[in-house]
Design a protein around this ligand. Structure first.
Ligand SMILES: [Zn+2]
Length: 66
């Protein structure tokens, strides 16, 4: 008897849990510089409305950083 676990927790609201929240894009940019990570990109989170620094594929970075 296969018992499937039908309890799928919605992860939408948890997307940004544990991430640093920046109230402004500038703040996120500064944090990025301080961290020294080049492969992250500040973006506005649609879940909490704050800004996070997230990892981006190199291709995307190259396209965005002019
Ligand atoms: Zn968020």
């Amino acid at each position: 008897m296969a018992s499937k676990r039908g309890l799928k927790r919605r992860q939408k609201a948890r997307q940004c849990e544990g991430k640093v929240k920046h109230p402004t894009l500038e703040g996120a940019k500064i944090a990025k510089r301080k961290s020294g990570h080049r492969d992250v990109m500040p973006y506005r989170c649609k879940w909490c409305g704050f800004y996070h620094n997230g990892h981006m594929p190199r291709r995307v970075l190259k396209a965005m950083e002019v």
